[in-house]
Design a protein around this ligand. Structure first.
Ligand code: DGJ
Length: 362
């Protein structure tokens, strides 16, 4: 039988050995944690301030109280292709909408799930068996609420509805209010845009993704107010990302090829409801004709007065959606000689780039 001092000695030896084993993992964590990003590196794994891969797909950003917030689809687990599928409707279980915050757009702190799945309610849009895509959040100055709109789908992509949630704080938790078809029309890929006068609009791929609907919202941003227009009729535009520069409105969008990449397109309008005029593909460089293998999701108005914008794309991996990546690139604007004319807009490919490229206004 071992004596007391011997037992103590063995315990100490084990404790020491376990500490040694744990050290590399701890060192790795702290190394990741301290990794400060100084550049955008499209297509690579982008880690948050805890060293974990950022998980915010089909996302949108909001600036509030001196911080940027990034909301997106939180995709974990295996990609599912239901056996009954007649087309490639790959999806992951709904887990919720993630929220990250940052002051510099490069280094992001995970704030948790702003909108959580509802695994106990099979009828809920937020049940894991459903699909939640393209969350966008805006702040309503009148109601002082944060309002989130999502594309609320069934597993077979037949529901084509918009879901709405509200919160008192940017990081949530958001309360889900339910879903509906805006103006009784289908609503799939979607985004929100708040104009300078505080009016909010939802852009949604409607009519079986053939036509874009622009739905003006009520003052509380919770419903359409009934005024809407059909634009890009029969042009099959998806993934709308809307921004405003020098008094004109722009919509960056993709074609309609499921999770596979296609050519991007930029359109311009003098009034948000249109008429809209297609300018062409703003992407340049390697794989520009396939949007660099990405699909638009948002254009960040970093400093719109100075013409500083970042175009955000998702690089989907349809068979491993959780490992989908991000492609954030500078939007270069060259003003036309005639100030009322449409400026030249270009999204050049960059394997890596730093925010100073925006400041230089190249
Ligand atoms: C393309 C859309 O842009 C995505 O958000 C997603 O709905 C896929 N289609 C599904 O195939």
């Amino acid at each position: 039988m071992a004596t007391k001092p011997l037992i103590m000695k063995r315990l100490l030896t084990w404790a020491f050995a376990l500490t040694l084993l744990a050290l590399p993992a701890a060192a790795q964590r702290s190394q990741n944690k301290s990794t400060k990003h100084t550049q955008f590196v499209p297509k690579e794994v982008w880690t948050d301030t805890d060293g974990n891969a950022i998980n915010a797909h089909g996302g949108g950003l909001m600036y509030h109280g001196g911080r940027w917030y990034w909301y997106g689809e939180y995709k974990v687990g295996q990609t599912i292709l239901p056996s009954w599928a007649t087309w490639e409707c790959y999806r992951t279980d709904v887990t919720g909408v993630s929220c990250y915050s940052s002051k510099d757009l490069l280094n992001w702190k995970f704030e948790g799930l702003a909108l959580k799945a509802e695994p106990d309610d099979p009828e809920s849009d937020l049940h894991p068996s459903k699909v939640i895509e393209r969350p966008k959040v805006v702040y309503n100055k009148r109601t002082k609420k944060f309002v989130m709109w999502v594309h609320a789908e069934s597993a077979d992509y037949g529901k084509a509805a918009a879901g709405v949630a509200v919160s008192d704080t940017p990081t949530g938790p958001f309360t889900y209010l339910g879903s509906f078809r805006p103006n009784d029309s289908m609503s799939r890929d979607q985004t929100l845009f708040v104009d300078d006068d505080g009016t909010c609009y939802q852009f949604a791929s409607s009519e079986n993704n053939q036509t874009m609907h622009i739905n003006r919202l009520t003052d509380d941003y919770l419903r359409p107010d009934g005024h809407f227009v059909r634009r890009f009729v029969g042009m099959s535009r998806e993934a709308p990302a809307v921004f405003k520069y020098a008094g004109k409105y722009y919509m960056l969008s993709s074609g309609c090829t499921g999770w596979d990449p296609n050519r991007a397109e930029l359109a311009v309008a003098d009034s948000i409801m249109g008429e809209w005029t297609v300018i062409g593909d703003p992407c340049t460089g390697v794989d520009a004709d396939k949007t660099f293998y990405g699909q638009s999701t948002y254009v960040i108005p970093v400093n719109p007065r100075k013409g500083q914008f970042i175009a955000c794309f998702d690089m989907w991996k349809k068979k491993d959606l959780a490992d989908s990546r991000y492609i954030w690139l500078p939007l270069h604007i060259t003003p036309a000689a005639d100030a009322t004319a449409v400026p030249k807009m270009e999204i050049p490919w960059r394997a890596a780039w730093s925010p100073s490229e925006l400041k230089a206004g190249k």
